[in-house]
Design a protein around this ligand. Structure first.
Ligand code: GLN
Length: 454
């Protein structure tokens, strides 16, 4: 995999940092354990992985795709990083991403865009485009992403790979640099459903270091993926979300989705249509809630404790240094979100904007709850279109935001959701993703359906 990275990453820019030494040392330790007759630390011991650069790694650069954190060496490992190390998973390096995970194309990285291995003139999705591109291009068999509004599932869909957003609280956020804390969730990226399930079980579980971590048994997703692999969905009820179709959807995506639904039916599933009327308001609600939380979370980048410091020459006040550093360190999208969020949270506007968005969030959660009384899982296309061209949407934030139309509801409700490859679109020959959603803590249900469909 290190050779493969050397060979193709110049064209893709999936990695921001390659840690060959660290990866080889971890692999050597697995070899030594095997030679000494010790049992493997996990089923994934020795299987290398690419880690999104939003997850802290002790002594290994962590930039979050931002100039602000250029050269920062975290003093500690995220819980996900620690679990991977304990499982004997060699970490090949850190993958490119939209700055602080804000974006849908990886074009908001301060270190240049990542390119889609299927067509290098196109985006690999975002914010975790580096992780999904690394898998699609065989630079790594596994990767970790984080999904606040779709950043694991959407890159998975447009690169023809599997991407899973576990139930919120299912995987620890300790050491995941915060964007929108009530939505952020780390999860597996892989080429097959079973690979994703194996990685899911390595990283999931309760963590006292994260106050929103769920203290409940990890759903048996590996078992569910194995069960699903027999291809029998008799007795499973699948709901097709009626709101996710029509205007704005590419014909090739809709056709692929219809074929996927037909296949689920052929596997024995009972398919019904389900309306979730509040999902129409998910995108606007998200673009108030996520920027609000981001404006608060990113206040920590004050140029005093760590990160880029500009103007520290004795001629400027601390306030000026903070402002000059943030001006120089953050890109345009991050600044846009900080401004939207600060406005939405300001007194006089708080109730009208943030308050209303939170009410919409409750309505969406209720729509999901009502739907899951009738069906086991919900399905939709993962994204309205296939991978668009690099540069096509950079000047139009609204067009960029639409990439997450179908993925955001599951984040707002804290539910589980994943994207599984659904073939190539007939109109442009690019990968399409099928989204499968399940109730909170029922991650195993969607793995079963995904494995049957795969
Ligand atoms: N594209 C969405 C955004 O820009 C989602 C990002 C994410 O999931 N991190 O906020």
């Amino acid at each position: 995999h290190l050779d493969r990275i050397t060979k193709v990453d110049d064209q893709l820019n999936a990695f921001l940092h390659v840690d060959a030494e660290g990866a080889l040392a971890a692999a050597a330790k697995v070899d030594a354990d095997v030679a000494a007759g010790k049992p493997l630390a996990s089923p994934l011991a020795g299987v290398p992985l690419a880690l999104k650069d939003v997850m802290t790694t002790e002594g290994v650069p962590t930039t979050c795709g931002s100039k602000t954190l250029e050269g920062w060496l975290p003093p500690y490992d995220a819980t996900v990083t620690r679990k991977l190390r304990e499982a004997g998973v060699p970490i090949l390096g850190k993958t490119n991403m939209d700055e602080f995970a804000m974006g849908s194309s990886t074009e908001n990285s301060a270190y240049g865009p990542t390119r889609n291995p299927w067509d290098t003139s196109r985006i690999p999705g975002g914010s975790g485009g580096g992780s999904s591109a690394a898998i699609a291009s065989f630079e790594a068999p596994l990767a970790i992403g984080t999904d606040t509004g779709g950043s694991i599932r959407q890159p998975g869909a447009v690169t023809g790979t599997v991407g899973v957003k576990p139930t919120y609280g299912g995987v620890s956020r300790y050491g995941l640099v915060a964007f929108s804390s009530s939505l952020d969730q780390a999860g597996p990226c892989a080429r097959t459903v079973l690979d994703a399930a194996l990685l899911h079980e390595v990283i999931a579980g309760h963590d006292p270091m994260d106050s929103t971590s769920i203290n409940a048994p990890v759903p048996s997703v590996v078992e569910a993926a194995k069960q699903g692999a027999n291809g029998d969905l008799t007795g499973v009820k699948v709901g097709v979300v009626t709101e996710f179709s029509g205007e704005g959807y590419q014909q090739g995506v809709l056709d692929s989705f219809q074929a996927a639904v037909e296949q689920l039916r052929n596997l024995g599933a009972e398919v019904v249509e389900i309306s979730c009327p509040s999902f129409r308001y998910a995108l606007p609600a998200y673009y108030l809630i996520a920027p609000s939380e981001c404006s608060s979370n990113l206040a920590r980048f004050d140029a005093m404790r760590y990160g880029l410091r500009v103007g520290d020459d004795g001629d400027h006040s601390a306030e000026e240094v903070m402002s000059m550093s943030r001006e120089a360190g953050f890109g345009a999208e991050v600044k846009r979100r900080i401004m939207i969020g600060t406005y939405a949270l300001s007194s006089g506007y708080y109730d009208a904007y943030y308050g209303s968005a939170q009410q919409v969030r409750t309505l969406i959660t209720r729509d999901f709850a009502a739907a899951y009384e009738q069906v086991d899982v919900l399905v939709s296309p993962t994204t309205p279109t296939t991978a668009f061209k690099i540069g096509e949407r950079v000047d139009d934030p609204m067009a960029m935001y639409l990439a997450d139309l179908c993925t955001i509801p599951a984040n707002l409700a804290g539910n589980a959701a994943m994207s599984v490859p659904s073939g190539l679109a007939a109109d442009d020959g690019l990968p399409v993703g099928l989204q499968i959603m399940a109730p909170a803590l029922a991650d195993d249900r969607m793995y079963r359906v995904a494995a049957a469909y795969e």
